[in-house]
Design a protein around this ligand. Structure first.
Ligand code: GDP
Length: 723
């Protein structure tokens, strides 16, 4: 490909030298520390921050510092030149690469954050704990990366910790994640004696000595492989070559002809396979002890794709189905995706966006096809470490932030006005839990709703709305921790102290058959009356596809100006539910007919007609109630296995796997969230505190009839349960 043609002459870092990566991990595997170290070695932080001191760069929010978990995805830009020690490694590159690191959270309550960042990444580093191996939440993140087709390299961290075992971690990746994972580095020593790594491709040993040389940056020793490790290193190279030759013709041919395989040839093949998601190269190190981090950044450049190495993003013209591909090219029309809203304490409201094609310069006007509005771009910036840096232009493949723009939400396409396109927005899971919330001071109610509205704009898995029957404000999200953090942010950012009610399950309603329905709102009481009449057809939509409302009226059965009012009514009924007062999901609605009155018709009457028509059709379409099912993993010493299994059965749980480990057992199950309240206490008492568990939202499933009546009765008695 002629890369000159697609790179604008005014860009400093070409597309080939751009990497957009995420660092994904189970909480506590060391993602923050690894990010820190990368930023240090790429020259952005001069004093290395340790997570435990609470002064890290990516964890910008106070509460994150306190909790030590990263819950927001800030994008940080850094630069890396692959300089190799002369002699043993050839110096083959002196121009830096630009690496944008998009922070992905490790906690499952924040899947929306993970999803949205996956959407704009080209590649990811999956960090695993060298002691724990593949933990349940790493599986979730892995699945999401697979869903979004994100190429990955794996970093087995914490090799210095007691119990670290590299081979186990690699086996876990193969077994639990089904990954075609092969080491490209091996550890030298482990635990207290972890001293460095062996570069398998180049057959060299790299050692960091005591690891205390950090302030000198890139220094490490490259040596011949110690005698004791020679056989193992050679075997690892043979295994790697065989793995690659199974999937890559170039290497397969060399193997067949028994020709030598030069490191650069092997690396190119590893890169090809990694970019196609057919191979996962595995590295190891200790971020904390600053060992193996430079190798990791080298691998990001060597093996993870540039924006040109992945399939083009796709979108469609609003209202049409045909797909349009948007390949990176600076001279094409501008098209980008807003993936993160963030209120910066200094710069104000920032909109992080990823450019898919074209360029955006300061002073340009962008167009938002969703709102059909234009806005002028007065300021552009990138975040470099803790600093905000103003830039004049963002090029295709880049990530940057817009400053001071309004009317943009997560998932919006921002483009050139002459390029009417909507990129596929990320899909977000439905909230599973809700609670009523009220301000401690009555006068704060308006301030609180404004704050909640702002937070909902930033986070698509967080919802807030008013329960029309009780006038209570309800917040809904992905878990108790998620909602707790929302409350925390209300207090910190909006100075509203709020109390919350007990968490309630966010049930959902849907239909299982197609049906028609009619709604009339007609009042004649002398003088001017009311007249609205609409007919709709409803049908089930595929799970996860959400709600689609379309207007199928071609003649003038309902005048055009009243259609938005009918849609409004339909959407209101969908939000407040029909069957049991829970939000309706996965349904297709088409407005098919209606009638009007020259004098009496108005918007309100048509909105009411929309509500009635939807409710009528919904009731006829075999409605069902859905409940959130959690994926639960329990780890227990063998002797408590029986009791814990019995307990899961009593909770309407379905056991999906029992896996024996040395001395302990892993139980995998799917359990309705409704039955999981109080589980922490139950598991503690059943196992005398020795078993542990984790859970995450998995899917929605029909509520069995045996429990349905209870839920319907409870919903009637407690309208605040809605969400
Ligand atoms: P995150 O939750 O994935 O972002 O993980 P952190 O980076 O916050 O690390 C969690 C804990 O593990 C912290 O106490 C770190 O100091 C510690 N840690 C991170 N990396 C290493 C490592 O390589 N070795 C050891 N021994 N501890 C580490």
């Amino acid at each position: 490909m002629d890369t000159k043609a697609i790179n604008s002459p005014n860009r400093q870092y070409t597309l080939e030298r751009t990497r957009n990566i995420g660092i994904a991990a189970h909480i506590d595997a060391g993602k923050t520390t690894t990010t820190e170290r990368i930023l240090f070695y790429t020259g952005l932080i001069h004093k290395i921050g340790d997570v435990d001191d609470g002064n890290t760069v990516t964890d910008w929010m106070e509460q994150e510092r306190e909790r030590g978990i990263t819950i927001t995805s800030a994008a940080v830009t850094c630069y890396w030149t692959q300089k190799k020690e002369a002699g043993l490694y050839k110096t083959f590159d002196t121009i830096p690469h630009r690496i944008n690191i998009i922070d992905t959270p490790g906690h499952v309550d924040f899947t929306a954050e993970v999803e949205r960042s996956m959407r704009v990444l080209d590649g990811a580093v999956a960090v695993f704990c060298g002691v724990a191996g593949v933990q349940p939440q790493s599986e979730t993140v892995w699945r999401q990366a697979t869903k979004y087709k994100v190429p990955r390299i794996a970093f087995v961290n914490k090799m210095d910790r007691t119990g670290a075992n590299f081979d186990n971690a690699v086996n876990d990746m193969r077994k639990k994640l089904g990954a075609y994972a092969f080491p490209i580095y091996l550890p030298i020593g482990a635990e207290d004696y972890f001293e460095g790594v062996i570069d398998i491709v180049n057959q060299k040993a790299i050692s960091w000595g005591s690891g205390e040389v950090v302030n000198e940056g890139l220094k490490y020793d490259v040596k011949e492989i110690p005698e004791a490790l020679k056989a193992r290193s050679a075997a690892a190279l043979a295994e790697l070559i065989e793995a690659v030759s199974n999937k890559d013709d170039v290497i397969a041919e060399l193997v067949l002809e028994e020709k030598p395989i030069a490191p650069e040839i092997l690396k190119a093949a590893i890169r090809r396979l990694t970019c196609k998601i057919e191979l996962v190269p595995v590295l190891c190190g200790s971020a904390f002890k600053k060992k193996g981090v430079q190798c990791l950044v080298d691998a990001v450049v060597d093996y993870l794709p540039s924006p040109m190495d992945i399939p083009a993003a796709t979108g469609h013209v609003p209202g049409e189905d045909a797909k349009i591909e948007v390949a990176p090219n600076d001279s094409a029309k501008f098209c980008s995706l807003a993936f993160k809203l963030w209120t910066d304490p200094y710069a104000g409201k920032l909109v992080f966006f990823r450019v898919y094609s074209g360029q955006l310069k300061k002073g340009d006007t962008i167009y938002n096809p969703r709102t059909r509005k234009r806005e002028r771009v007065s300021r552009l910036m990138i975040i470099q470490g803790g600093e905000r840096k103003d830039i004049d232009c963002a090029h295709s493949g880049d990530i940057a932030a817009l400053v001071g723009l309004r009317n943009i939400t997560t998932g919006d396409t921002l483009c050139d006005e002459s390029f009417d396109i909507m990129l596929e927005p990320p899909t977000f899971p439905e909230p599973v839990i809700s609670m009523a919330i009220e301000p401690k001071t009555k006068g704060d109610r308006d301030k609180m709703s404004e704050g909640l509205q702002r937070l909902a704009e930033e986070d698509p898995t967080f919802r807030c709305f008013t329960n029309e029957e009780t006038s209570q404000l309800i917040i809904a999200g992905m878990g108790e921790l998620h909602l707790e953090i929302i409350r925390d942010r209300l207090l910190r950012e909006f100075k509203v102290d709020a109390t919350a009610g007990a968490p309630q399950i966010a049930y959902r309603e849907t239909i299982t058959a197609a049906a028609e329905g009619e709604g009339k709102f007609i009042r004649q009481s002398g003088g001017r009356g009311q007249y609205g009449h609409a007919c709709v057809e409803v049908a089930p939509n595929e799970p996860g596809k959400g709600v689609e409302v379309v207007n199928g009226i071609v003649g003038g059965a309902i005048p055009r100006e009243y259609i938005p009012a009918v849609i409004d009514g339909i959407e209101e009924a969908i939000r407040s539910g029909v069957y049991a007062g829970y939000q309706v999901i996965d349904i297709k609605v088409e407005i098919v007919d209606g009638s009007f009155h020259e004098v009496d018709s108005n918007e309100l009457a048509f909105k009411m007609a929309g509500i009635f028509a939807l409710k009528d059709a919904f009731r006829k379409a075999n409605p069902i109630l859905l409940e959130p099912i959690m994926k639960v993993e329990v780890n227990t010493p063998d002797e408590y296995q029986g009791d814990l299994l019995g307990d899961i059965n009593r909770r309407r749980g379905r056991i999906t796997g029992i896996e024996a480990k040395s001395g302990s057992t892993n139980l995998n199950a799917e359990v309705p969230l409704a039955e999981m309240f109080g589980y922490a206490t139950a598991i503690r008492s059943l196992s005398k505190g020795r078993a542990s568990y984790s859970m995450e939202p998995f899917r929605f499933e029909q509520v069995p009839n045996s429990v349905l009546t209870q839920i319907l009765d409870a919903a009637k008695a407690r309208p605040a349960a809605r969400s």
